[in-house]
Ligand binder design. Sequence first.
Ligand SMILES: Nc1ncnc2c1ncn2[C@@H]1O[C@H](COP(=O)(O)OP(=O)(O)OP(=O)(O)O)[C@@H](O)[C@H]1O
Ligand code: SF4
Ligand SMILES: [Mg+2]
Length: 335
Amino acid sequence: MSKNTLVEVKNLSVHFPVHGGVFSKRVASVKAVDGISFSIDRKQIVGMVGESGCGKTTVGRAMINILKYVAPDVEVGGSIEYHFGDETVDFAKLSPGAVRKYRSRVQMIFQDPYASLNPRMTVAQIISEPLQLHTDMNSKEQAERVGWLLDKVGLQAVQARRYPHEFSGGQRQRVGIARALATNPDLIICDEPVSALDVSIQAQVINLMMDLQDEFDVSYLFIAHDLSVVEHISDKIAVMYLGDMAEYGNAQDVYHTPRHPYSKALLSAVPLPDPSRKNRQRIVLKGDVPTPLNKPSGCAFRTRCPIAEPSCAKIKPIFEEHAAGHYVACPIVKK
Ligand SMILES: Nc1ncnc2c1ncn2[C@@H]1O[C@H](COP(=O)(O)OP(=O)(O)OP(=O)(O)O)[C@@H](O)[C@H]1O
Ligand code: SF4
Ligand SMILES: [Mg+2]
């Protein structure tokens, strides 16, 4: 850990119990996140990628401690240690009540700006809600801050009286960004913030988020499907597969010298503007991601891995440092 480390996620697991039968007994559990480790520094952007269902949103929800609202019987293991000044707080251990004190420090922007904003609240109410809950600002100060934030995200203060349905998708996501920034958080979990928007406005919203990240000195965990987006904005990249972390390291290292076969396959599908990388062969993965209800033994990727060996079925790979700061969960590529 360096003095710049904002949050350290260590061996985080999130299991959702599945109940069945007449007595609603626990019959299995969905291992949505299965022991992952990574960290985010202050003012850093960590991009998180992986196919649908691999656990990205669940990691984000765990890091903001809202899983209990989604699934009250969820089981969370490991630790999520935030370093707020001299104070270290483990969000994996605190109850939602105890976390309330720190809510202003970690915020989230959701994938779907249509669903994530309360349609019955005005934009002013939406943005000032975190100010009411987490600051002692009076209503005049809150209104001033709302106007200032709207300006920062490219909207007008007069639009504060309007309701979400009066805005376009891009504008609504700007409202979501203003709300997330309202309390000057240390970290914003950005869960696919542009994937529900028209392609034509995605770049505008990403550029805005990058400018604001710089201005507000905030860190982002930027969850995305689109690897080409993450490459350009991230300092570090985390590649997830079926609840496991396959690879994590500096963005340039992961993009230019991916080591895990899954990262290689994901990256081979990204169109390349860089001529020096044009000859990269497309690796097509066979089959779908298996269900986290019944994960393959050993390495979870082995059912689709082009270089799997018999030993891959026996032991779950250790997430190891293969080069300075470059972590990979595959003993075969290390040989
Ligand atoms: N509340 C819940 N109860 C039970 N299972 C859940 C719950 N939330 C998520 N899961 C399961 O956990 C796994 C990971 O889901 P998650 O939404 O975190 O994936 P994701 O990587 O964000 O996918 P996507 O790219 O589609 O958004 C999935 O198998 C999902 O069905
Ligand atoms: S451990 Fe085996 S199956 Fe898993 S990624 Fe490495 S080679 Fe492939
Ligand atoms: Mg998701």
